[in-house]
Design a protein around this ligand. Structure first.
Ligand code: PNS
Length: 165
């Protein structure tokens, strides 16, 4: 049983994430999409909301499970007996960040393996931060997220604005 982990902050879960998850699910028996904490980022959505979004997006893929963990990635890797972690690569700057994370994770757990999948070219320059920025200013994010996530982003921004006023 080959288990891969696709970890991320997924704030929100985008079409780019969906594409990587679906392609990665063809490379293993089970893909665990893990909503995790990136301490260098401030999240718009709660972990529970991010899990819900990923579950909605991936509901039709049978060998994918969505979980959340507030641990080190290498601890989850051990817990699941994973064979590899999957990460999407968009650009050179992604590669630098991923190389650093890979080096740290390999120091912590020498058997740690990562598989990099190149992003779909048309989604190469979208990111969760850009999606939030575009939505904040009323821009169209319909080509970056599925409709249910688009609705959740709008609702969240609206409720944040209401609670500030
Ligand atoms: O989508 P992101 O924000 O690029 O994902 C980064 C994430 C969540 C995979 C990374 O921050 C992570 O692995 N967090 C868990 C804690 C951990 O293991 N940190 C050390 C990584 S070097």
């Amino acid at each position: 049983m080959k288990t891969f982990i696709f970890p991320g902050s997924f704030d929100p879960f985008s079409l780019g994430h969906l594409d990587i998850a679906k392609r990665a699910s063809n490379l293993c028996d089970k893909l665990v999409v893990a909503v995790m904490i990136n301490r260098s980022k401030t999240s718009l959505f709660t972990v529970e909301e991010r899990v819900e979004m990923a579950r909605i997006c991936l509901a039709d893929v049978p060998n994918i499970e969505v979980i959340s963990r507030e641990t080190l990635l290498v601890d989850l890797y051990q817990e699941l007996g994973a064979s590899a972690v999957v990460r999407g690569l968009r650009s050179e700057s992604d590669f630098r960040y991923e190389a650093e994370m890979n080096a740290a994770n390999t120091l912590l757990l020498p058997k740690y393996q990562v598989v990099f999948l190149p992003c779909r070219a048309d989604l190469a320059f979208t990111s969760s931060s850009i999606i939030k920025e575009v939505a904040y200013y009323g821009g169209d994010i319909s080509r970056m997220v599925v409709p249910a996530v688009e609705e959740m982003v709008h609702q969240k921004l609206l409720s944040n604005k209401e609670s500030k006023s």
